[in-house]
Design a protein around this ligand. Sequence first.
Ligand SMILES: [Zn+2]
Ligand SMILES: [Zn+2]
Length: 145
Amino acid sequence: MESPDHDALLRRHGLQVTAQRLAVLRAVAERPHSTADDIDKVVRSEIGAISRQAVYDALGALTEKSLIRRIQPAGSPARYEGRVGDNHHHLICRACSRMVDVDCAVGYTPCLTAADDSGYEIDEAEVIYWGRCSECVASSPVPQP
Ligand SMILES: [Zn+2]
Ligand SMILES: [Zn+2]
């Protein structure tokens, strides 16, 4: 199924519309917080003839144009999502690596107001809350060291 929205989105950002980019964009939109490997698997199962490098290139181009967002949690592979521009944050489970969205605690952009910005022009505050998800807590009440 083709997505006319994604076609227009690519064009509006000056990107050539290709089957690869459309497939990557769709995969990211449908599976938020997937790793590049996950996206690679999904896209390959959909359109087959695509190299891993092409998938990574598409992810890079889409990220650069802010059509998707790349989240880089410490010590784990980057994740990609289609929810961009709303300054939301993330919760990550240390046990199973599940990642979920959490709306900005303060509001739309107030958390971008650093106590001391050292003269930087800030455009994003990436907050990651680390812990254990409810399922992991339920299955193992004592945290693993
Ligand atoms: Zn978990
Ligand atoms: Zn998210």
